[in-house]
Design a protein around this ligand. Structure first.
Ligand code: BES
Ligand code: ZN
Length: 605
């Protein structure tokens, strides 16, 4: 194989540097939660019972915690066990080490969360759409689960779980698990498949359910649930398409909860229950690619999981590839090509700004926080790598490889080295002359985008380029042929505008296409970036409203970054951020603090 000596060993490292746990000595297998949600105090409290096996009978149990108040640890006999909370690492939190006695196979930790629980976002009723009840949601990925549950928080450790969660009247609790209804005054759940801990998730608020099919549906606040259902009605078609491509859907139900707008991501693939931002509800189904993406994680990510965060591209690169295949199947090759082209353009743009280590698929994290490697690289470079392999061997062979890859590694956590072995076994060994043409080492460990990265020509992109050329040559915006354009075409249009535009031409565009008033947050964000860059003042009130109303990091980041490029913009951004920051999730706050050089005290540095 064309990998230099020693490389496969490096790609196969299973040690997780982002967990204190020592699963080779004592390994967690099951978690039972008994929790109460205290909305007034913004605290989750109760017990976590951890069941484990002990390859090393002498070793203590080591769990991850972050800012948890540990009250007691007891054995199955109800008697206390000695424990110590070790030194806290600022990113990883503190190890909770429990001395085990005799043949202990489980312990129960009584604990409460603190204000430092970054996985939790507590929303006041006013921060929800219907303004009737408060809301809580969790975000575990990458290493935040430990801030509300003491456990072995490593993607290489797979567990089943059960939970009982008590909440105030009027609040419904859902989790990334099978719902068992209400029991003993709480909502009961059970996840029978072994999942990595970052996929444990909970949401609680005034929510209702609307059915899409026998196995799919939507949760949302009452005033949104019907329109959300209609927008997401193609979900069942997507599941069917995905099963035909990748093998059976192994999780039972597939529901989606549409969260309040402060959710920091577009979507999160929590098993059986994708968490989604309301900003995907554009009214025309143009942003449902996100559902295809989160659904695809039911195979790549949830079924076959990255063993360490250095292998994150296995989750997101495979998922982006599978998302494109679903979109092609359910909609059209053109739609998929359009989305691929947009994603590739964004990757190339980001590669101009990233540090070399961030450009590598198998990323060297060392002690760096996994989130510092977050970019288009694992997603888009990863999926381009798989497209490259697909084109080399042909789709039939590649599809067989995918099926085999998912079956062989189902419910396992694997390394990039395991991927290389699967590729070798199922594709390369039968066709060495093709294998020689693909530079595995360059793709997996090189910086930049390899020269053989595929492109996906799109007629929709060509139409937009033609219109842009006409407009650049002086034709009025109103005369451009734009009817039938979809969101992604408008995005390409706005992103391709020249860096310097006169106020007259900006005004003309805005009058003609109503960008400032767009209810589509992808289009709006692209336009607001242009408005900031060119100093187009009429868009500023809308920018303010958007930054105060939406907490999705993908939108906040380019807007604050563009503002931070000039002294006046930075001052304006910081003034606004004072008000906006308390509304954002910790994940978004982390990113924007850095962009604005914000000191936690509130004083800009
Ligand atoms: N699993 C990710 C979100 C994530 C990644 C959370 C890393 C925390 C750490 C999710 O599947 C995702 O990729 N979401 C994207 C949407 C997608 C269509 C590219 C997002 O949130 O924008
Ligand atoms: Zn993803």
């Amino acid at each position: 194989m064309n990998l230099p000596p020693g490389t496969l060993t490096r790609l196969s490292a299973r040690k997780d540097r982002h967990s204190h746990a020592e699963p080779d000595r004592v390994r967690m297998q099951h978690l039972a939660l008994d929790l109460t949600l205290d909305f007034a105090a913004k605290v989750v409290r109760g017990t976590a019972t951890v069941r484990f096996v002990r390859p090393d009978p002498q070793a203590p149990l080591v769990l991850d915690t972050f800012g948890l108040a540990i009250e007691a640890v007891t054995g199955a006999d109800g008697k206390p066990r000695a424990f110590v909370v070790g030194k806290e690492d600022p990113a990883l939190g503190a190890p909770l080490t429990v001395t085990l006695v005799g043949s202990d196979a489980e312990v129960t930790v009584r604990y409460a969360t603190t204000a430092r629980a970054e996985a939790l976002q507590w929303l006041a009723a006013e921060q929800t759409r219907d303004r009737k009840q408060p809301f809580l949601f969790t975000q575990g990925q990458s290493i935040l689960t430990r801030s509300y549950i003491p456990l072995q928080d490593s993607p290489g450790v797979r567990i089943t779980y059960e939970a009982r969660v008590k909440a105030p009247p009027g609040i419904t609790v859902v989790m990334s698990a099978e719902q068992l209804g209400e029991r003993d005054g709480g909502f009961a759940f059970r996840m029978k498949e072994a999942i990595p801990p970052y996929l444990i998730a909970l949401a609680a608020g005034r929510i209702e359910f609307a059915k899409i099919s026998d196995r799919a549906g939507v949760w949302a606040e009452p005033s949104l649930v019907k329109s959300a259902r209609d927008e997401l009605e193609d979900t069942e078609k997507m599941i069917a398409a995905a099963e035909a491509l990748f093998g059976p859907y192994r999780w039972g139900r597939y529901d989606i909860i549409v969260l309040p707008p402060s959710f920091p991501f577009g979507g999160m693939e929590n098993p059986r229950l994708t968490f989604a931002t309301p900003t995907i509800l554009a009214g025309d189904k143009s942003l449902v690619g996100l559902v295809a993406h989160e659904l695809a994680h039911s195979w790549s990510g949830n079924l076959v999981t990255n063993a360490t965060w250095s292998d994150f591209w296995l989750n997101e690169g495979f998922t982006s590839y599978c998302e494109q295949r679903i979109m092609e199947q359910v909609f059209s090759p053109e739609r998929s090509n359009l989305e691929k082209t947009l994603a590739r353009t964004e990757l190339v743009r980001e590669l101009g700004e990233l540090e070399p280590w961030q450009e590598v698929l198998h990323v060297e994290l060392d002690k760096r926080h996994p989130d510092t490697a977050f970019s288009s690289v694992p997603y888009v470079k990863g999926s381009l790598f798989l497209q490259r392999i697909e084109r080399a061997y042909g789709r039939d062979k590649f599809d067989a490889f995918l099926r085999g890859y998912f079956d062989d590694h189902a419910f396992q956590s694997i390394t990039t080295g395991d991927f290389v072995a699967a590729y070798q076994k199922r594709l390369a060994s039968a066709a060495p002359e093709i294998a020689r043409t693909i530079d595995l080492n360059g793709w997996l460990l090189g910086t930049g985008l390899p020269d053989d990265a595929p492109t996906s020509p799109s007629t929709g992109i060509a139409e937009v380029d033609a219109a842009l050329a006409q407009w650049a040559s002086g034709k009025p915006a109103a005369s451009l042929v734009t009817n039938g354009w979809v969101t992604q075409q408008w995005e390409h249009f706005i992103q391709s505008l020249p860096a310097d535009l006169s106020l007259a031409r900006l005004t003309e565009l805005d009058k003609t296409f109503k960008f400032t008033r767009s209810g589509n947050s992808e289009i709006l964000t692209d336009w607001l970036v242009v408005a900031i860059r060119t100093g187009y003042k009429p868009a500023m009130p809308r920018l303010e409203e958007f930054l105060l109303g939406v907490g999705r990091r993908k939108f906040l980041k380019p807007l604050y970054a563009e503002l931070a490029k000039t002294p006046e913009g930075l001052a304006w951004a910081r003034a606004l951020y004072v008000r906006a920051r308390p509304r954002y999730h910790a994940v978004a706050v982390g990113t924007i603090d850095q962009l604005l050089s914000w000191k936690p005290s509130g004083a800009p540095s």
